[in-house]
Design a protein. Structure first.
Length: 199
């Protein structure tokens, strides 16, 4: 059975806009403020304004799920909205795309789909969610460091050649997919344990 979080990114490998790539750290500031900076930014804990609100709602959802067994619908919808925005913003900040992402929802060549749990929620796994996610968080620390290095190399490659190296792009999109799956798990949007895979 497929994991209920699907992240799709259509990376642009060739014909890149060198000017917008050169100024990407500046151009991405509005999205970083709202949806959070990249995972490997200098301030790794930054969630952005919308991300901070999503995690506050995740805490409210944690109590609601433990007490009533139900996820507050408005909280779930807001967290889904945040992750959709974050996916598009990350694809832009990580140099996978040149088109500027929309503010809020809108069409873009990076998307996330999250299937709502249909079975009764696993309250034991919800109670221990942060503890259960720790192995992923540890592994992601190393993967995100690698993603940072490959993104800097790709940034230089795009500036000089106009192309994103495909092997580095596959690694970067894989790490992004892994990180977003873990984030959906931490936001209590799914109960299935995320796979330890870039695929």
């Amino acid at each position: 059975m497929a994991y209920p979080v699907t992240v799709a990114v259509e990376p642009m490998l060739g014909g890149r806009n060198r000017l917008t790539t050169a100024f990407r750290p500046i151009l991405a500031i509005p999205h970083a403020i709202l949806a959070g900076p990249t995972y490997w930014s200098a301030r790794t804990g930054g969630l952005g304004l919308i991300g901070g609100a999503a995690y506050v709602l995740a805490i409210v959802s944690w109590f609601s799920l433990l007490i009533t067994g139900r996820h507050p619908n408005g909280a779930r919808e807001f967290c889904l909205f945040y992750l959709r925005w974050r996916t598009r913003a990350l694809a832009y900040m990580a140099l996978f795309r040149d088109e500027y992402p929309p503010f809020g929802d809108g069409p873009y060549a990076a998307s996330i789909e999250i299937i709502e749990p249909t079975a009764p929620r696993d309250q034991g796994a919800i109670a221990l969610r942060l503890l259960l996610a720790l192995p992923h968080i540890v592994v992601l620390c190393f993967l995100l460091l690698g993603w940072l290095v490959t993104t800097v190399i790709a940034w230089v490659a795009i500036l000089f050649t106009g192309s994103y190296p495909s092997s580095m792009c596959s690694f970067g999109t894989g790490v992004m997919r892994w990180a977003l799956r873990v984030e959906a798990y931490l936001l209590l949007l799914v109960d299935e344990y995320p796979p330890f895979t870039l695929g």
